[in-house]
Design a protein around this ligand. Sequence first.
Ligand SMILES: *[C@@H]1O[C@H](CO)[C@@H](O)[C@H](O)[C@H]1NC(C)=O
Ligand SMILES: *[C@@H]1O[C@H](CO)[C@@H](O)[C@H](O)[C@H]1NC(C)=O
Ligand SMILES: *[C@@H]1O[C@H](CO)[C@@H](O)[C@H](O)[C@H]1NC(C)=O
Ligand SMILES: *[C@@H]1O[C@H](CO)[C@@H](O)[C@H](O)[C@H]1NC(C)=O
Ligand SMILES: *[C@@H]1O[C@H](CO)[C@@H](O)[C@H](O)[C@H]1NC(C)=O
Ligand SMILES: *[C@@H]1O[C@H](CO)[C@@H](O)[C@H](O)[C@H]1NC(C)=O
Length: 585
Amino acid sequence: MRVSYGNAALLLLLESVSAAAQATNRTGVTCPSSSKFEPISASTFFANLNPGWNLGNTLDAVETEGSWNNPPVSAHTFDDAKAAGFQGVRLPVTWAYHFTSEAPDWTVDPAWLQRVADVVDMVTARDLYAIVNVHHDSWIWADLTLAATNVTAVEERLARLWYQIGVKLACKSEKVAFETINEIPGTTEEHGAIVNRLNHVFLQAINEAGGHNSQRVVTLVGAGEDGQKTIQWFKEPDSKFKNPWAIQYHYYSPYDFVFQAWGKTTWGTAADKTALESDIAAVRTKFPNTPLVIGEWAVSPVATETAARWRYFDHFVRTASKYNTATVLWDNGADFLNRATHQWRDEVALDIYRQAAMGVMNALPAGGEEGEEGSSSAYIYHKRNNETGVVGNVTLPFQFHGNQLAGISKAGTELRPGPANDYTVTNNSENDEITFSASFLRTILTPDSPTGSLTNLTLHFSHGAPLTVNILQYATPTLSTTSGALPPAGQDLRIPIEWAGQNRPAAVKAVRSDGAFLVDEWTQYLGPLQQGRMTYGGQWDWDADHVIIKAAALEAVRAAGVDTTFTVEFYPREMGNWVEFRVVV
Ligand SMILES: *[C@@H]1O[C@H](CO)[C@@H](O)[C@H](O)[C@H]1NC(C)=O
Ligand SMILES: *[C@@H]1O[C@H](CO)[C@@H](O)[C@H](O)[C@H]1NC(C)=O
Ligand SMILES: *[C@@H]1O[C@H](CO)[C@@H](O)[C@H](O)[C@H]1NC(C)=O
Ligand SMILES: *[C@@H]1O[C@H](CO)[C@@H](O)[C@H](O)[C@H]1NC(C)=O
Ligand SMILES: *[C@@H]1O[C@H](CO)[C@@H](O)[C@H](O)[C@H]1NC(C)=O
Ligand SMILES: *[C@@H]1O[C@H](CO)[C@@H](O)[C@H](O)[C@H]1NC(C)=O
């Protein structure tokens, strides 16, 4: 279907762009001959950048760098990213609070432009590729879904902004790419058409800024940087622009697993894998010859179940590779790299990512894909004070994917294979299993062992990432109180908790005293581990000493006007491994 934006709109657009450009001059930057730029195709650029890492919640923080959870970035963070195997860095940048004048000039603070240029240099000095963008500006001043948004003003402002970024970064090497705008809110075909024009405005502005920009790689976007909307509404840019271009989109799906909603703590059924593949294949099918990059994706170790996350990492990266799509991991500073300690919070996931990106098969934990209680082959869970007091053999399922188990080590010491020793391996076409012997487990799980992680075993395979098995003793955590009054509007309820295993909830269920689910009544159609469960972050959270019921969930209690029982469930998800807290209205 054709969109109703004809030539009149385009003329208007071109006029506004040139008006903005005239505010400076039309010649643009001339780069010194010492500035190196080797033209590169977009497909080579994104093959070289893959896999990439996002410097999230940093230059994009609102209002400025340091405003959110990360201090200003220092160069060693890019050493950490490079050492972990990343080959490129997406630098999200929010400009909204760095303008020193309003329309028509929209002058950007030179100090901020310099800061961004300096961070770009930190990235390229390490021989990493970089993507620079316009980030949260999208919802701050370019939200197309708001009636109050003046599209002409957005176009002018974006043109002025990109002209100035283009001038500042004009002579950067071919390793620096630009991205029009991050996840610009847009829900209709009309919005989709505006986003196409914004891609045009952006290209026009950087080309007028001069330097190497006419040959610079760019990533163009569709509404929301959403794959489906891009398929529906994206149009190729005007052929007068010679920039090599790719399409960037973002992928956070399925929502329930990625965002820990509705008790979805497992991932990896055949249906899960098919859904993921069909999403990624659909974008490739629509754009068979266009370089594609998934500029954001993530499954955070903070909230997701470990074995499910490893399966997702493997399958997502392998599927993106299959459809020749580069991937850039989103990292908000709390998810993957601990920038202060230089440590990655999930080394196994990173290893799986690297190996899958190279096409190497990984052995993976199996079991629990269907959401069975208790299962995760990333752990041996042992319940403290098991009634019998006896530690038995424990069998964990795996998918070796053609690899051989080369050995298992514990703190550098090799375990002894064999039925009379530490472990045995079952290996046939139907299932791969490792059985850890009771005699071995009793050396770790003694009557005096505390709760929590006791040791990690490392499983080495002939190919692919090593896996770990965390031997963890647990008991059901205890709450300091089991009921309380509804707090005043806007306040969270922070319930003191004594953890005893994995120090986080797996899910939180909320049931009103009249029997209805507090939120999302439709979850009654989900399986027993998902019914009535709420969403992590928005409705529940935790810290070192508390389970937190968020104000949003408490508002639902206030609206319902009935007492509500919150059941906080823990790992492993098995009968009785939960505590209840009743909120009294
Ligand atoms: C035009 O703008 C560029 C970038 O701001 C500047 O480097 C150049 O000196 C300007 N040229 C003229 C003639 O003003
Ligand atoms: C929208 O912005 C343009 C450009 O800044 C301006 O000329 C126009 O008056 C604005 N329209 C409204 C309705 O404010
Ligand atoms: C706990 O006790 C049960 C018997 O009640 C036994 O089957 C199971 O293996 C024990 N669990 C562990 C991890 O030893
Ligand atoms: C699986 O079986 C094959 C052939 O029987 C053998 O070569 C291989 O070592 C076994 N793998 C593991 C992990 O034991
Ligand atoms: C544990 O495994 C060993 C070795 O295969 C076997 O001899 C023993 O019977 C098993 N014990 C139990 C309780 O299953
Ligand atoms: C095992 O690994 C996990 C994840 O890295 C870690 O949190 C835990 O502390 C480790 N356990 C031990 C005993 O070091």
